[in-house]
Ligand binder design. Structure first.
Ligand code: ITT
Length: 184
């Protein structure tokens, strides 16, 4: 039976949706998935990219939508790949990133969650500080095998509670509070 949702996560990346769905579930928010390649403008700002993606998603589906734009910002590379994380992953990948790094391995993940409906466009930011591992460890998607959150010794790909601490969790926690209040 087709279940109808009040809210949809629009993305080309099913991993992002799976994690977002599990996180939103904690707050009692149900979200459907609409797979789509959204318009991504060239910009140094995740916020600007996210707003454009959200407006594109709403204009395509005419339903309340949530989109996400992420970046992995590496200190030694002056914040690269940042807004280019998706492209860099598809081209040089984790191996390419590891080859570029020396001693300073500090990095952070940033997530911008943007909600859009007929009247509102609103963004929520979540961050997580960490470092890049020396070698890839664990089986996970994207940069999970090379990102170690601060305070831990294991990569995102090696832990089973990523959804309780990730950049995505930090952004969706803020979104959920706002969304639930808006629904009252
Ligand atoms: P959209 O269609 O939603 O844009 P995308 O995969 O292109 O999907 P982004 O533009 O936000 O998403 O790209 C960010 C990239 O950063 C993503 O493709 C992954 O390679 C990586 N990434 C983001 N969050 C991650 C996470 O939690 N774990 C591992 N890698 C992540």
């Amino acid at each position: 039976m087709h279940k109808s949702f009040d809210l949809f996560f629009v993305s080309s990346n099913r991993h992002k949706y799976q994690e977002a769905k599990n996180i939103l579930n904690l707050y009692g928010i149900k979200i459907g998935f609409l797979k789509s390649n959204l318009n991504e403008i060239q910009s140094n700002s995740l916020h600007s990219i996210a707003i454009e993606k959200a407006q594109d998603a709403f204009s395509k589906f005419k339903k309340p939508v949530v989109i996400e734009d992420d970046g992995l910002f590496i200190d030694f590379l002056d914040g690269f790949p940042g807004p280019y994380s998706s492209y860099v992953f598809k081209t040089i990948g984790n191996k390419g990133i590891l080859n570029l790094l020396k001693n300073n391995r500090k990095a952070k993940f940033v997530s911008i969650i943007t909600y859009c409906d007929k009247n509102i466009v609103k963004s929520f930011e979540g961050k997580l500080d960490g470092k890049i591992s020396i070698i890839q460890k664990g089986k996970g998607w994207g940069y999970d095998p090379i990102f170690i959150p601060n305070g831990l010794k294991k990569t995102f790909a090696e832990i089973n509670n990523k959804n309780e601490l990730s950049h995505r969790y930090n952004a969706l926690k803020k979104f959920s509070k706002w969304y639930l209040y808006k629904q009252e």
